[in-house]
Ligand binder design. Structure first.
Ligand SMILES: Nc1ncnc2c1ncn2[C@@H]1O[C@H](COP(=O)(O)OP(=O)(O)O)[C@@H](O)[C@H]1O
Ligand code: SF4
Ligand SMILES: [Mg+2]
Length: 356
């Protein structure tokens, strides 16, 4: 997804592009959840909005239930909207303050014409109960609720049409820490009960840990590492993931009196209008070498459920001196940018293809 940058003025020319999401590839399995994590501005919301087709992608492919939805018209998308819903970050701005809770939650039912009018109220009351709100508050307005309760209203609205996929864009970031766990638990219960797949977007690794069996880390519009939970938290390979993880409190370390060393990233996130050549992370990477500015590292599969985009993918904090040969990067056994995981991958210690 590239957004045009305009010059302004009378001749409003396109003078560049914001490369907001670039070559990102992943899969969300039915009824499961994928965490999408990265700093503000790395393209998480844009990714979520593409999947829900709030944006028209400039390129690429999005498949839902095997059906291509990247290029279909908004009209063709309409039946799909029942299956793919979104929960937004800020419940205060995503709910219309002039509409009652009943009107907000029943709107999707009316648009999609799925229930006769005389059944709608009962369904809304049922939904309010499911998300832990009082069904009698049907006629109240959003401002009469607390932040956590408002997010529950947003969740009820997203559930109205019984979606198969929920894109949750930082659903608890705007809430008090004490409320965050309650809302996460609610989402987890709903997922189990209704077998909903989640794309769970967050800006730090702590929040998705208990929710997502698989996590993708984004940096400046790209996925830099994607792995199952155990691998990502236990053996992260990308220097950016390692830095993000060093900010997450480690209960096990604390129990034995240890502390994970905090890695502080230098500098700011570069502009996605003119991202660094080669590896986009190189301007902030403590391991950057000459090759990093010349060659973009592909997302290389280095384990059964582990991919990383770094020329020097190696053990935690101890990078090999030599970059992984380009024949291995993108060569046989190293599928670049496939949405899922292949059954063979590059074994980093032998440099050979390994398989399950
Ligand atoms: N509608 C838009 N027009 C132009 N640029 C945008 C638009 N939406 C997002 N961007 C830019 O794309 C980049 C990614 O934004 P976003 O997806 O919101 O990141 P995140 O959710 O990770 O904070 C940012 O640089 C942002 O300024
Ligand atoms: S490719 Fe180079 S700059 Fe990028 S993360 Fe790896 S070592 Fe750092
Ligand atoms: Mg965002």
């Amino acid at each position: 997804m590239y957004f045009p940058v305009k010059s302004g003025g009378i001749i409003n020319r396109t003078v560049g592009h914001v490369q907001a999401v670039d070559g990102v590839s992943f899969q969300v399995p039915e009824g499961s959840s994928l965490g999408l994590v990265g700093e503000s501005g790395c393209g998480k919301s844009t990714t979520g909005r593409l999947i829900t087709r709030l944006y028209d992608p400039t390129g690429g492919s999005i498949k839902f239930d095997g059906k291509e939805i990247a290029n279909i018209s908004q009209r063709q998308m309409l039946p799909m909207r029942r299956d793919i819903q979104m929960i937004f970050q800020d419940p205060a701005t995503s709910l219309n303050p002039r509409h009652s809770v009943g009107a907000i939650i029943s709107a999707p039912l009316k648009i999609h014409n799925v229930l006769p009018d005389n059944k709608i109220k009962a369904r809304v009351e049922e939904l309010l109960e499911i998300v832990g709100l009082n069904p009698e508050h049907y006629n109240r307005y959003p401002h009469e609720f607390s932040g956590g309760q408002r997010q529950r209203i947003g969740i009820a609205r997203a559930l109205t049409l019984q979606p198969k996929l929920l894109v949750a864009d930082e659903p608890v970031s705007a809430l008090d820490v004490s409320i965050q766990a309650q809302v996460i638990n609610l989402l987890q219960d709903l997922q189990r009960e209704f077998n909903i797949a989640f794309l769970f977007i967050a800006h730090d690794l702590a929040i998705v840990r208990h929710f997502c069996p698989e996590i993708a880390v984004m940096y400046l519009g790209k996925i830099v590492e994607i792995a199952d939970r155990e691998t990502l938290y236990g053996r992260p390979h990308h220097p950016y993931t390692q830095a993000l993880l060093s900010a997450v409190p480690d209960v096990k370390q604390a129990q034995i009196g240890g502390r994970r060393e905090r890695i502080r990233l230098k500098g700011d996130v570069p502009s996605p209008i003119n991202p660094p050549s080669g590896c986009r992370f190189r301007t902030r990477c403590q391991f950057a070498q000459e090759i990093c500015s010349r060659v973009e590292p592909p997302l290389l599969q280095i384990g059964p459920r582990h991919k990383v985009a770094c020329h020097f993918a190696g053990e935690l904090g101890a990078h090999p001196a030599e970059p992984i040969p380009q024949s291995a990067n993108g060569g046989e056994g190293a599928p670049a940018n496939q949405p899922g995981f292949e059954d063979h991958w590059l074994n980093l210690s032998t440099g050979q293809t390994a398989s399950a």
